[in-house]
Design a binder for this molecule. Structure first.
Ligand SMILES: Cc1cc2nc3c(=O)[nH]c(=O)nc-3n(C[C@H](O)[C@H](O)[C@H](O)COP(=O)(O)OP(=O)(O)OC[C@H]3O[C@@H](n4cnc5c(N)ncnc54)[C@H](O)[C@@H]3O)c2cc1C
Length: 485
């Protein structure tokens, strides 16, 4: 995997740039209260990573955040046993920046090795009916050719993409040489011999990106595949490639925020950003105005397109911000009044072509075997359907879907937390979803600075995805600011 700097190199570079910047900044002693060297919009991982680097370089940094909490799309539900994750779920030892941030700021890490086997097993439900693994090979809905008929649907796509991935490095997806792969995932899979039935069952039923294989770029999915492969390769031999943070992953951004000299200003929702010749201004919906030499804006495109920018964006960058979508995902976090899975005698985890495409039994208690809570995932078109319902109706639909599949669960589930990432105005969805044709035409321009405004966030990451992508992008934006100062 290609990464711009190792941790050690990064610190050395930072010291060099920081010294020069400090010298330049020294005469500017007293400042009005609402003026700083840099304003960072958003206290998610990318914003906090950028702010800490800029602070380390000696700049006066102010982080403003629309929500009443830090962490952004990293959200741990402490109201439930084991603090299950509603956002950034897990990460690997290869998440160098995130792991470094946890260590630097005193957050303990939990290796998921001992509980991994509980997450691997799933029960298959098609049209509401349970299909035992032993009956799958001969089942009429099994679309696989003879050699693959034992394969369970959720085990297929990752391996198939890995075997058919021409990208050699994680950043190769933005190389114009691969523009021919910027077609729909569906077309890519068909050209590699998969049937419509296989694509439907192994991707559309539980779409990780978009709502179906038709509306996502194969190039982006191959990037995802390369990143997962690189993470596996970087895992410590003999240890599981999955980690979480003690107390929930949100503990990492919280500890990063606590290391800032200026406290994060919560509840400041930005509505406009202006870049002028000698300064930049950030306007909030409550009338507060912040002034700074530079602004780092971390919000996803689905939110950025509602923020007024002056000067306006133009060309491919404007098109990217207006059209790059964010994944629609809803989750219900539940506790079970009784272990209904002991009553119906099958694993609590579900893969289904119904509303709840995935039910996950969390194992976050002291005893690894104990089910601490259950998480229902709803994605794509089904999540969009729930978003049209009042919350109570959406919750009832989720419970009804599970009870239909598993009568033993009747009356046993209580939804403690329900999250629609799309209906959350500070994210308007989950991770960025590149549609066919968007990568090759828009990706190169997406993060270009607009005057004194610099952009970052996981959607602008080149070599990493998810939480590590956010950290990578924050680091890149911080160095951009330092080189511009
Ligand atoms: C359900 C789910 C599962 C995930 N699973 C994983 C996983 O297993 N592994 C992984 O690596 N990643 C995962 N991710 C992705 C990961 O959490 C994100 O990529 C990452 O946290 C994004 O960080 P960011 O800083 O780019 O954006 P954000 O965290 O969204 O930060 C942007 C910040 O800006 C703030 N903001 C937005 N608008 C405004 C405004 N107008 N004014 C002021 N502030 C504003 C937001 O409140 C937010 O705090 C998952 C995400 C979700 C939602």
């Amino acid at each position: 995997m290609s990464q711009p700097f190792s941790t050690v190199d990064r610190r050395q570079v930072l010291q060099g740039i920081g010294a020069a910047t400090l010298a330049a900044a020294a005469p500017r002693a007293l400042r009005a209260q609402n003026r700083s060297d840099v304003v960072v919009i958003g206290a998610g991982l990318s914003g906090l990573a950028a702010a800490l680097i800029l602070q380390e370089a000696g700049l006066n940094v102010r982080v403003i955040e629309g929500r009443q909490r830090v962490g952004g799309r990293v959200l741990s539900y402490r109201s439930l046993p084991g603090s299950p994750e509603a956002g950034g779920t897990s990460f690997g030892p290869g998440y160098a920046r995130l792991v470094d941030a946890a260590r630097t700021h005193g957050v303990g890490l939990v290796n998921l090795g001992p509980v991994l086997r509980y997450y691997g097993q799933r029960e298959l439900f098609l049209d509401g009916e349970h299909v035992p693994a032993s009956a799958w090979a001969d089942h009429p809905r099994n679309p696989f050719p003879a050699a693959a008929r034992e394969t369970l649907p959720w085990r297929f796509m990752g391996g198939f993409l890995a075997q058919n991935n021409p990208l050699k490095t994680t950043d190769a997806w933005v190389d114009p040489a691969h523009a021919d792969l910027d077609v729909s995932l569906f077309d890519f899979l068909k050209s590699r011999g998969l049937s419509d039935e296989i694509i439907n069952l192994t991707y559309n039923v539980e779409p990780t990106h978009g709502s179906s294989a038709h509306d996502v770029s194969a190039l982006m999915m191959l990037f995802v595949t390369s990143f997962i492969g690189a993470q596996r390769a970087l895992a410590v031999p003999g240890q599981a490639p999955f980690l979480t943070a003690e107390g929930g992953n949100q503990a990492i951004p919280e500890a990063m925020a606590a290391a800032l000299s200026n406290e994060v200003e919560l509840g400041r929702s930005v509505e406009a950003i202006r870049s002028e010749d000698d300064q930049a201004e950030v306007h909030c919906t409550d009338g507060q105005v912040y002034k700074a030499d530079r602004v780092v804006c971390t919000v996803p495109c689905s939110v950025l397109r509602r923020i007024k920018l002056d000067p306006i964006l133009t060309g491919p960058q404007a098109r990217a911000v207006q059209t790059l979508d964010s994944q629609i995902i809803n989750q219900a976090h539940m506790v079970a009044k009784s272990p209904f899975w002991e009553k119906d005698g099958i694993d609590p985890n579900i893969f289904s072509d119904g509303l709840v495409c995935s039910l996950v039994a969390e194992h976050k208690a002291k005893d690894p075997a104990e089910v601490s809570s259950l998480t229902a995932w709803i994605r794509g078109h089904d999540a969009a359907l729930l978003d049209q319902m009042p919350t109570d109706q959406a919750k009832a639909a989720i419970i009804a879907d599970i009870e239909r599949m598993r009568p033993a669960a009747k009356g046993q589930l209580e939804i403690v937390e329900y999250k629609s990432w799309y209906r959350d105005p500070f994210s308007s969805g989950d991770w960025a979803v590149w549609q066919p044709g968007q990568v090759s035409t828009l990706a190169a321009q997406l993060a270009a600075p607009n005057g004194r405004i610099h952009f970052c966030g996981e959607h602008t990451a080149i070599s990493n995805r998810g939480m590590e992508g956010a950290m990578e992008s924050g680091e890149r934006a911080a160095f951009e600011v330092l080189s511009a100062a």
